[in-house]
Ligand binder design. Structure first.
Ligand code: DO4
Ligand code: MG
Length: 288
C-alpha cells in the first residue's frame, strides 16, 4: 500500500463529520462512498484493499484550506509512553531530585513507562487551543509520534500528538503525574493518519517543534524518531498486556525535544509540531 493520509473534517456545506483522503492540497471526500468512520476502516482485515476500492470512486474534492480538520481520534482511548528518549530522561532527572532514580530506572528497565492520557472526546483538534493549567508555573508541549492501533494490536497508521505537561507538578512528586498530564485540553492529535508507511521508514522521520509568541519563534528544536530507545512492537506489546481495546487505541511514543528549563509556555503562544512523512499539527495555547 502506498502512503495515504486519512482525515476527518467538516465543511460549510455539510452538517455532518466527514472522512477523506488528503492529496496535494485537496481532500477527496470518502463519505460519499458510504464510509462513515476511520476506526471502522482501520479495523478491517482487508483495509488496504478496501481503501484502494474506495479511492477508485469518482470522489468529490474540497480544497484543504476550505475544510476544518478534526482530530482523527474517534472512539479510541489515548495512552502515552514516557522516558523513551535520552533527552526526556535527562530533563526529568534535572527537574526533580526526588524522582530522578525512578526516571533513570525506567529508561533502562524492560517494562516501559506507559500511562493513560485522554478519553477520545477530550482530544483537541488541529487549530483548537491546547491548555496550560492555571495552577502550574512551568508548562511545556511534548511533540510525539503517535502509533495508531486496531483492536488486534496491529499498528495501522501514524499521526502527531502533543502531550502537554506541567513540569513543576510532575517534578514536585512523581505521584502527581496524572495531574501534570491529564487536564482540560492537555492532548492534541492530528492533522490526519498516515497509513502504508513501514516502521523502518518511520524511524527515519524527523520531528520538529516550533513555539511562537507575538510572531517570533521563542523555541525551536528537532530530533529523529530513530533516537527512540524502544521498538514500536515493544511498546504495543506492553500496552496490550492484560488489556483489550475493542475500538483500537492511540499511543503517543514519548518526547525527544525538551525546551530549556528557563522556558515555559504562555497563553497566546502557538505550538507547531512537524513530523516529516506526516505533516504539521498546530495549536494556540490557552490557560485552563
Ligand atoms: O514521566 C514522565 C512523562 C514522560 C513523558 O511524557 C515523555 O517522555 O514524553
Ligand atoms: Mg510525553
Amino acid at each position: 500500500m502506498t502512503h495515504m493520509k486519512l482525515c476527518r473534517f467538516t465543511a460549510a456545506q455539510y452538517s455532518n463529520v466527514r472522512i477523506g483522503l488528503v492529496e496535494n492540497g485537496t481532500v477527496r471526500d470518502l463519505t460519499t462512498t458510504g464510509a462513515r468512520r476511520l476506526d471502522d476502516l482501520l479495523e478491517r482485515a482487508d483495509f488496504g484493499d478496501e481503501l484502494a476500492r474506495l479511492t477508485r470512486h469518482n470522489l468529490p474534492e474540497h480544497a484543504l484550506d476550505a475544510v476544518r480538520l478534526l482530530t482523527p481520534v474517534e472512539s479510541q482511548e489515548v495512552w502515552a509512553a514516557g522516558v523513551t528518549y535520552l533527552r526526556s530522561k535527562q530533563a526529568r532527572m534535572d527537574e526533580s531530585d526526588f524522582s530522578a532514580r525512578a526516571y533513570d530506572h525506567v529508561y533502562e528497565a524492560p517494562r516501559p513507562e506507559i500511562f493513560f492520557k485522554s478519553v477520545p472526546e477530550k482530544v483537541v483538534s488541529p487549530g483548537d487551543a491546547v491548555g496550560i493549567r492555571r495552577d502550574a508555573r512551568w508548562n511545556v508541549p511534548e511533540p510525539e509520534l503517535v502509533l495508531v492501533m486496531n483492536s488486534a494490536g496491529a499498528i495501522v497508521g501514524f499521526t502527531i500528538g502533543n502531550d502537554m505537561s506541567s513540569r513543576d507538578i510532575e517534578g514536585e512528586n512523581l505521584l502527581y503525574l496524572p495531574q501534570a498530564k491529564i487536564y482540560n485540553r492537555s492532548c492534541a492529535i492530528g492533522p490526519w493518519i498516515v497509513v502504508g508507511a513501514a516502521d523502518d521508514d518511520v524511524r527515519q522521520w524527523t520531528i520538529r517543534l516550533q513555539i511562537m509568541r507575538d510572531q517570533e519563534t521563542v523555541f525551536s528544536g528537532e530530533t529523529q524518531v530513530n533516537q527512540i530507545k524502544r521498538g514500536f512492537a515493544e511498546l504495543t506489546d506492553y500496552l496490550f498486556r492484560s488489556q483489550a481495546f475493542p475500538r483500537g487505541v492511540m499511543l503517543l511514543t514519548g518526547a525527544g525535544i525538551v525546551p530549556p528549563d528557563s522556558f515555559t509556555l504562555a497563553g497566546g503562544d502557538r505550538v507547531r509540531i512537524t513530523i516529516s512523512g506526516i505533516g504539521t499539527l498546530e495549536n494556540p495555547v490557552t490557560v485552563v
